[in-house]
Ligand binder design. Structure first.
Ligand code: AMP
Ligand code: MG
Length: 414
C-alpha cells in the first residue's frame, strides 16, 4: 500500500521539524495583569510568590490525642500525667502547661508553650483526670513544627507555572490574595468553505454542518485564552484576505480550518503568502498533511486542514504546544506510553500517523489499546469514541494484533 500523499514532489516536513520551526519562530507574549486567587485557576504565574509567613505559623497537632512536654515522659516505662484542659482547632488552650500535666488536643489545634509531643488517643487510657501513657512513648511525635512546610520569606511557587487547584490552596495557605499572571492570549478562529451551514439552518444539498468551530471552541477553552469565533468565510480569495488582515490587527493568533490544500477553492496558502509570510506548508503527518504556519504582521497564523479529525490531531500536536509557548507556560512533553495493540492496524509508509485508539488496563495491569474503528479523517465518531492516539512512525507498514505500540492519552483537561 502506498500513501498517495507521500508522493509529493517536495519532501514533506516531519512533525519534529515542524515543531522546531514553530518553536524557533514564536516569541511569548509580554504583558502581565494582577488577578485575585479566585480567578487565577489555569492562568500562568508570571512572578514567583514568596511567603510572608511561616507555614505552619504555630506549632500544632497532626493527630487527635494528648499533648505533653517531652521532659515529662518517663523513658521506657509507662507513666501518668494530670489532664488540665483542652486545645481545639481554632480555640487554643488558654492556660499554662505545668510539669506533670497534659492536655486533650485535636488535629490542627495549637500546642501550648512547653508542649512538644502529641500521643494518639488510641494509645492512652483515661482514668478520670489521670491519663496513662504506654512505654515506650516517643518524644516529639505527631507535631507539625513552625515553618515545617515553608519558612517565612521562602519561595512558595516559582514562575512560570500554570496554576492548578493545589497551587491556589498553597497560595491561600500563605494568605496570598492577589498574584501577577501573564496576560491572556487573544485567539481568533474561522471556518472556511462554501459548503458550511450553521446549526439551526436546514441542510440543503451540497451543504454540511460546520463542526470545526465547535471543536475549536472546545479545544481553546482555557482560562489563559480569550477566543473569538469569527464565523465562516466563503471560498473567496478576497474575502479571506480581507478577514485575515483585519483579524491580524487585533489578535495574537489566527486559526483557520479548511482551504489549506491544493484544490481550486483552497486559498489559504496563497493568501498567507500575499498578506504575510509562510513558514511552512504541509507536513508528513496523518491526519493533517495540509497545514500552513506563518505570520501576518505580528500575528501568528495556523491554517489547519478542513477534515475535523485532522483539525483535532494537528491542534493537539502542533497548535497546543505553540499556544503554551506563546502564553509563557513551561514546556512539558505529552505523556507517551507503551501498550499492546489488540487490533491489527493498516498503515502505508511515508507519514507519521496518529490513529485513534481506546486505551485500558487489564486486571494484570497491562495497558491494552484497540483501534476505535475506521480511521478516515472525516469520521468524527472514531475520535469521539477514542481516548488516545496510537502513534505509528513514518516508516511503519502496519501493526499485527499483539504488537507493542506507542500511545498518547488525550489531555485530561477539556
Ligand atoms: P478543505 O481542506 O477545505 O478541502 O476541506 C476538506 C474536507 O473537510 C472537506 O470534505 C470539507 O467539506 C470538510 N470541512 C471543511 N471545513 C469543515 C468544517 N468546518 N466542518 C466540517 N467539515 C469541514
Ligand atoms: Mg474547503
Amino acid at each position: 500500500m502506498i500513501d498517495p500523499c507521500s508522493l509529493d514532489t517536495n519532501p514533506l516536513l516531519s512533525l519534529q521539524e515542524a515543531l522546531s520551526r514553530i518553536k524557533a519562530a514564536l516569541r511569548p507574549v509580554a504583558g502581565f495583569e494582577k488577578v485575585t486567587l479566585k480567578s487565577a485557576l489555569g492562568r500562568v504565574l508570571a512572578q514567583p510568590v514568596y511567603s510572608s509567613v511561616n507555614i505552619p505559623h504555630e506549632r500544632n497537632a497532626s493527630m487527635d490525642g494528648y499533648a505533653l512536654a517531652a521532659g515529662d515522659i518517663t523513658p521506657n516505662q509507662p507513666f501518668s500525667l494530670h489532664l488540665t484542659g483542652t486545645s481545639w482547632a481554632g480555640r487554643p488552650f488558654q492556660g499554662q502547661l505545668q510539669p506533670s500535666q497534659c492536655i486533650r488536643i485535636f488535629t490542627g489545634a495549637v500546642l501550648p508553650e512547653r508542649a512538644d509531643t502529641v500521643v494518639m488517643q488510641e494509645h492512652i487510657r483515661a482514668d478520670g483526670q489521670t491519663i496513662h501513657f504506654p512505654a515506650p512513648t516517643r518524644p516529639y511525635q505527631n507535631v507539625r513544627e513552625i515553618g515545617e512546610e515553608l519558612q517565612q520569606g521562602a519561595c512558595l511557587i516559582s514562575s512560570p507555572k500554570k496554576l492548578a487547584a493545589a497551587d491556589l490552596g498553597l497560595l491561600a495557605s500563605a494568605g496570598v490574595y492577589e498574584i501577577t499572571v501573564k496576560r491572556r492570549l487573544n485567539i481568533a478562529f474561522f471556518s472556511t468553505g462554501d459548503e458550511l451551514a450553521s446549526i439551526g439552518q436546514a441542510l440543503e444539498s451540497g451543504k454540511i454542518y460546520d463542526s470545526n468551530r465547535y471543536i475549536l471552541n472546545g479545544l481553546l477553552a482555557d482560562p489563559g485564552y480569550n477566543m473569538a469565533d469569527k464565523g465562516v468565510i466563503a471560498d473567496d480569495r478576497d474575502k479571506l484576505e480581507e478577514s485575515l488582515i483585519e483579524a491580524a490587527k487585533n489578535y495574537d493568533v489566527i486559526i483557520t480550518t479548511g482551504g489549506a490544500s491544493v484544490g481550486e477553492a483552497d486559498f489559504v496558502k496563497d493568501v498567507l503568502a500575499s498578506c504575510g509570510q509562510i513558514n511552512f506548508w504541509k507536513i508528513a503527518m496523518k491526519p493533517g498533511k495540509p497545514l500552513a504556519f506563518g505570520k501576518i504582521g505580528d500575528c501568528y497564523f495556523f491554517g489547519l486542514p478542513g477534515n475535523p479529525v485532522a483539525v483535532i490531531a494537528t491542534f493537539d500536536q502542533l497548535v497546543k504546544p505553540a499556544l503554551k509557548q506563546l502564553a509563557g507556560e513551561p514546556f512539558t512533553k505529552p505523556l507517551r506510553l507503551t501498550a499492546i495493540c489488540t487490533s491489527s492496524l493498516k498503515k502505508a509508509p511515508g507519514r507519521q500517523e496518529f490513529q485513534r485508539g481506546m486505551l485500558a488496563q487489564n486486571d494484570a495491569g497491562e495497558l491494552l489499546v484497540a483501534s476505535s474503528g475506521k480511521q478516515g479523517s472525516h469520521l468524527l465518531g472514531s475520535i469521539s469514541r477514542a481516548n488516545c492516539y496510537i502513534i505509528l512512525p513514518a516508516d511503519c507498514t502496519g501493526i499485527e494484533a499483539g504488537e507493542q505500540v506507542i500511545v498518547e492519552p488525550f489531555s485530561l483537561f477539556v
